[in-house]
Design a protein around this ligand. Structure first.
Ligand SMILES: Nc1ncnc2c1ncn2[C@@H]1O[C@H](COP(=O)(O)OP(=O)(O)OP(=O)(O)O)[C@@H](O)[C@H]1O
Ligand SMILES: [Mg+2]
Length: 507
């Protein structure tokens, strides 16, 4: 078989320019049939753009696309789907108010006269689910599902449409370690069945473990294509950003006796009356980072909601700098200094159609210096602030007037982190602050958190990245089934021990 035929995808000379940026600059990419091919690179390197071009979402300005030996010109994803390409996006695109079944068949419903043949769709999906070990209950409403399950739906959805070449944009960013393992098993399964997988990932150890081939992009150019056995994570990082891998290790103690947040005997139930938090108590002092470890769905999200005031506590109290804020609104708590880096930046952290400068004050717009009078935002002061955040947190954008949705995923995240740090909020609830951020920027965020801590910031850090938790926290809490089941000294715990506490295997 010659090389031409064995290539699933061959991109040649792909270029794509946006106002003020060259997202893809003359990129060549060869993906062999049946391989798992990883794409790595800094935030804004052009990874998602290149994949959107291959998926027909955006036309390239220049370049050729060849799929299974045939040249193609896609004018929409439908054209790409027709030749067997499917893509799961960096930010999922499911309809919350529909069931899993409805979401999967949306737009590709099997007809039964004028009706939809749900029975046929269901049995086909059950086959797919079984074949690839993708377990799902097809009648669940999507809004009730965890991210791992949402991702399985997205994957089944593209398989249902006949995808043989799967593009996964940062599939592991939103998953906890157990789910990552499961995804990798699914990927191996798909590969064994002859599928080709292209995936984007910032976690270099993961890339080295699962990829057959790795392509590194840097500032819109393809700088290397390597085999995992020939490189280390350090080599990859250097190819990506030209810098060394960060280490989160820090043991400098800056804890003061001022309490920033106090959570006392807090319990909470969800809409249907199920207990989500049970008798949770802890303090975060100024100058302290308290980490919260736990498998997703064990009360961490509810804890954040109760502290922010989005959800009520059924028992117990919350104090900020000594004031009992249990009955306060979200806005009043924010005005009292509470900062928040949300887990889901699209749902809670950003207004995508608005410009960068407006996003840089979002949630703080009711406070000086951003307010000129009771109703008017001080645009000039806000823009100056935005420029400062962009500069200090290395947000790659053509300017502060650029619309937020034009920024790459990681740069959107950096803006949220920068905003909450720069507005000098205290305490700060940081939920997965480095999710989707490249290794270089991750080191910068860690450094920022440490510096702010030394200045007296109290941080409640939630993260699925256990090394981040162990490396940054002064105190580590473990949550299981809505309770705090362990208080650990991060300087004396190993990853393995922490994992045992999280799953309840250690007491
Ligand atoms: N629709 C758009 N309009 C304007 N600029 C865009 C658009 N989409 C992407 N860009 C710009 O193109 C560049 C590459 O973005 P892309 O999303 O491909 O990066 P990425 O490598 O996927 O980064 P990340 O790791 O942060 O997801 C960035 O500078 C981004 O701001
Ligand atoms: Mg991206």
């Amino acid at each position: 078989m010659d090389e031409q035929v064995s290539a699933a995808v061959r991109l040649q000379g792909i270029s794509k320019r946006f106002p003020g940026v060259v997202a893809n600059d003359d990129i060549d990419l060869m993906v062999e049939s049946g391989e798992i091919h990883a794409i790595c690179g800094e935030n804004g390197a052009g990874k998602s753009t290149l994949m959107k071009i291959l998926y027909g979402m955006q036309p390239p300005d220049e370049g050729r696309i060849e799929v299974l030996g045939e040249e193609r010109a896609f004018s929409s994803p439908k054209d790409a789907i027709d030749v067997g390409i499917g893509m799961v996006h960096q930010h999922f695109m499911l309809a919350d108010n529909l069931t899993v079944l409805e979401n999967v068949i949306l737009g590709a419903e099997p007809p039964k006269g004028p009706m939809i043949d749900f029975a046929a769709a269901r049995s086909r999906l059950e086959e797919l689910g079984e074949a690839y070990g993708l377990e799902l209950d097809f009648d669940d409403m999507v809004e009730a599902l965890e991210v791992g399950e949402r991702q399985r739906i997205e994957i089944i959805k593209i398989l249902y449409r006949g995808a043989r070449i799967l593009i996964l944009d940062e599939p592991t960013a939103v998953l906890v370690p157990q789910e990552v393992e499961e995804l990798f098993r699914n990927m191996a399964e798909l590969k064994a069945e002859g599928h080709t997988i292209i995936f984007i990932d910032h976690k270099l150890d993961e890339v080295l473990a699962v990829a057959d081939t790795i392509t590194v992009l840097r500032q819109g150019r393809s700088v290397a294509t390597v085999k995992p056995q020939d490189v280390t994570a350090q080599d990859l990082a250097e190819l990506m950003v030209g810098s060394e891998l960060p280490t989160p290790e820090t043991r400098e103690v800056t804890i003061t006796d001022r309490v920033a947040v106090e959570v006392e005997n807090v319990s909470a139930v969800d809409e249907v009356g199920v207990v989500r938090l049970r008798n949770v108590s802890f303090e975060v002092h100024c100058g302290e980072i308290v980490g919260v470890a736990g498998v997703e769905g064990n009360g961490q999200a509810e804890l954040v909601e109760v502290i922010l005031g989005i959800a009520p506590a059924t028992e117990g109290s919350i104090r900020l700098h000594g004031d009992d804020v249990t009955g306060w609104s979200v806005r009043r708590r924010r005005e009292a200094g509470l900062g928040y880096i949300p887990e889901d930046r699209h749902r809670r952290g950003l207004l995508l159609p608005a410009p960068v400068w407006e996003n840089s004050i979002l949630g703080h717009q009711t406070r000086p210096p951003f307010l000129r009078s009771r109703l008017w935002i001080d645009e000039e002061a806000s823009k100056a602030h935005a420029a400062d955040v962009v500069e200090r947190f290395d947000v790659r954008t053509p300017g502060v007037n650029t619309q937020m949705h034009a920024l790459s995923g990681g740069n959107q995240q950096k803006l949220v982190v920068g905003r909450e740090m720069a507005t000098r909020s205290n305490p700060l609830i940081a939920a997965h602050p480095t999710r989707g951020i490249d290794v270089g920027s991750q080191a910068a965020v860690w450094e920022d958190l440490r510096r702010a801590r030394a200045d007296g910031l109290g941080v409640l850090l939630l993260s699925a990245d256990l090394e981040e938790l162990i490396g940054l926290s002064d105190t580590l809490l473990v949550m299981l089934r809505g309770e705090i089941v362990a208080r650990l000294d991060p300087s004396r715990i190993t990853l393995r021990e922490l994992g045992a506490y999280m799953t309840g295997a250690a007491a």
